[in-house]
Design a protein around this ligand. Structure first.
Ligand SMILES: Nc1ncnc2c1ncn2[C@@H]1O[C@H](COP(=O)(O)OP(=O)(O)OP(=O)(O)O)[C@@H](O)[C@H]1O
Ligand SMILES: [Mg+2]
Length: 463
C-alpha cells in the first residue's frame, strides 16, 4: 500500500553499508534487521501493523568508530527522514523540562523537505516549460490574447499576419532561451516576497510550537508583495522555477505524505545517551543527576509512542525507529532508567578499530578520504596516487597517535591526512601546475609526519 518503505533484504542492506563502513558487522546486521522489520510491519496484516513495535537500538562504542556513520548511511539507503540529536543538550540550562519534542518536529521538517523535493522533481519538466513561457512572455509579449478571442479593433486580415509574425518570432526566441544563448540578457521580473517580521523569543514563555504558529499566522497576514527586479535570464530561470514548481505542488498533499513518511520510515538518532545516564548507586542525588533523569523521563513518552503537534499536523511516534548511541565509558546502559532501557531492546557493541581497519578505511569506502583528495586534485587536473605502503604507514601513524595522545577513532585519519596533504593543497595550482602527478610514497609520509609523531607535545596540537 505504502511506498515509503524500500524493500531491501537484510543482506542487501548490509552490502550497501559495506560500501561505506569497514567492520562493525554486528551493528550493521542489527540495523539491517530493524530496517527490514519496518517493511515487514508495513506488509503484515492490518491488525498486527499497529501492534508491531520497532526494534530500537542502543549502540555502544568509543568515539569515532562509526556509530553515527552507520545510522546516517542507513537512513540514506532507506530514503528515510533522519535527524540526529545529542541527548545531553536537553540538560542544558533553558532546555530542561521542555523541547524534547522538538526532535520529532525536526524529523517532520526533514520529511517535508524530502517529500517536497521529490514532488518538485516530478513536476520539473512542467515547471521548466512554464518558466520558459513566462520568460518568453516578458521578452516578446504575445499579440494574440490568451483567451483566443481577437483583439477588439483589429480585424481579421490585419491581425493575422501580425500574429503570425509574432508567433514565429516567439518560436525563434524560445529556441534561443532554451539553448542558453540569451542567458546574460537582462529582463524585469516580478518576485513574490513575503515581509517577515522578526520576532524575538519572548521571555521564554513561548515554546517552539506556539512560536512557529505565531510566525505562520503573521506570515499569512502579511501581504505578499510583488517586487520588480532586473535580473539575467539565467537568474530568472532559477527564481521563476521555484515559483512555478511551488504552484504545481499541492502543499496539503505534501504535509500529509510527509507526516506519514516520518511516522513509518523516520529514524531519530539520539547521540550521547550515556551522558544523561547517571550511576545512581551511592550517589547522593540532586543537581545535574536530577536533570539527567528528567531528560530520560522526557524522552520516554516519545520513544514509547505519543502524539506530537507540529505545524504540519499531528504525528504519532509509535513506529519511528530510535537509535541511541554512547560510549558508556563511565555510565552503563543499566544506569538508564528501567523504562527507557526496555525501549532499547537491541544492544550492539561497536569494536575499536584496528590498524588494519584504518588501512581499509583509507582505501575502501566509496567516500574514502584518499578518494576525496584525489577528486579535489582532479578538479585541478593534477593526478594523485597513494602507494599502498604509504596507506599502511598512514594507518600505523594514526593508530599510534590515538594510543599515545587520545583515541578519537577514525577521525584521526582526517587530521593525519590533512597534515600530510597540507603543502600540496596550498601549492596547487600556483607552484605545482596542471597535469602534474603527485605520488604519495611511504617515504613522503615518513618525512612529513614522523617528526610530529615522535614529539608528543607537538602531535597533541597538530595531529
Ligand atoms: N568503521 C568505519 N568505517 C569507515 N569509516 C569510519 C568508520 N568509523 C568511523 N569512520 C569515519 O570516521 C568519522 C567519524 O565516525 P562517526 O561519526 O560515525 O563516529 P561516532 O562513532 O559516531 O563517534 P562519536 O561517539 O564521537 O559520535 C566518520 O566520518 C567516518 O567517515
Ligand atoms: Mg557520533
Amino acid at each position: 500500500m505504502t511506498t515509503s518503505i524500500k524493500d531491501l533484504t537484510p543482506r542487501q542492506i548490509v552490502a550497501e553499508l559495506d560500501q561505506y563502513i569497514i567492520g562493525q558487522h554486528d551493528a550493521k546486521r542489527n540495523v539491517a534487521i530493524a530496517l527490514r522489520n519496518r517493511w515487514r510491519r508495513m506488509n503484515s496484516v492490518a491488525d498486527m501493523q499497529r501492534e508491531i513495535t520497532p526494534n530500537n537500538i542502543l549502540m555502544i562504542g568509543a568515539t569515532g568508530v562509526g556509530k553515527t556513520e552507520i545510522a546516517r548511511r542507513l537512513a540514506k539507503i532507506a530514503d528515510a527522514p533522519f535527524i540526529k540529536v545529542e541527548a545531553s543538550k536537553f540538560t542544558e540550562v533553558g532546555y530542561v523540562g521542555r523541547d524534547v519534542e522538538s526532535m520529532v518536529r525536526d524529523l517532520v521538517e526533514q520529511s517535508v523537505n524530502m517529500v517536497r523535493a521529490a514532488k518538485k522533481e516530478a513536476v520539473q519538466v512542467r515547471a521548466q516549460q512554464a518558466v520558459e513561457d513566462a520568460i518568453l512572455d516578458i521578452l516578446i509579449p504575445p499579440v494574440k490574447p490568451v483567451n483566443g478571442q481577437p483583439h477588439l479593433g483589429f480585424e481579421n486580415e490585419k491581425s493575422d499576419p501580425d500574429a503570425e509574425l509574432n508567433e514565429r518570432t516567439r518560436e525563434r526566441f524560445r529556441d534561443k532561451i532554451r539553448s542558453g544563448e540569451m542567458d546574460d540578457r537582462k529582463i524585469d521580473i516580478d518576485v513574490q516576497q513575503t515581509q517577515m517580521p522578526n520576532i524575538g523569543v519572548m521571555g521564554g514563555a513561548v515554546d517552539d510550537l506556539s512560536m512557529m504558529n505565531i510566525q505562520e499566522m503573521l506570515s499569512g497576514m502579511m501581504p505578499k508583495r510583488g517586487k520588480k527586479r532586473k535580473v539575467t535570464i539565467a537568474e530568472a530561470r532559477t527564481i521563476l522555477l521555484e515559483e512555478e514548481a511551488a504552484k504545481l505542488i499541492d502543499m496539503d498533499e505534501v504535509k500529509e505524505e510527509a507526516i506519514r513518511k516520518a511516522e513509518d520510515a523516520g529514524i531519530i538518532f539520539i547521540d550521547e545517551i550515556d551522558k544523561v545516564a547517571s550511576a545512581r548507586s551511592g550517589n547522593g542525588g540532586g543537581g545535574p543527576d536530577v536533570s539527567r533523569e528528567g531528560v530520560q523521563r522526557d524522552l520516554l513518552p516519545i520513544v514509547e509512542g505519543s502524539a506530537v503537534n507540529t505545524k504540519y499536523g499531528v504525528i504519532h511516534t509509535d513506529h519511528i525507529l530510535f537509535i541511541a548511541a554512547g560510549a558508556f565509558h563511565v555510565a552503563k546502559p543499566s544506569d538508564l532508567i528501567p523504562e527507557l532501557q526496555g525501549r532499547f531492546p537491541i544492544r550492539v557493541e561497536l569494536q575499536s578499530l584496528s590498524e588494519d581497519d584504518f588501512y581499509q578505511i583509507l582505501k575502501e569506502p566509496k567516500n574514502a578520504l584518499t578518494k576525496q583528495y584525489e577528486a579535489m586534485l582532479q578538479a585541478e587536473n593534477v593526478s594523485l596516487n597513494f602507494q599502498d605502503d604509504a596507506l599502511r604507514e598512514l594507518a600505523r601513524i594514526a593508530f599510534e597517535v590515538n594510543q599515545d595522545v587520545e583515541n578519537i577513532g577514525a577521525r584521526r585519519l582526517q587530521t593525519v591526512l590533512s597534515h600530510l596533504m597540507n603543502d600540496f593543497m596550498f601549492d596547487i595550482p600556483d607552484v605545482i601546475g596542471a597535469n602534474a602527478q603527485v605520488v604519495v610514497t611511504k617515504e613522503l609520509v615518513g618525512e612529513k609526519l614522523n617528526g610530529l609523531v615522535k614529539n608528543r607535545d607537538l602531535s597533541q596540537f597538530i595531529l
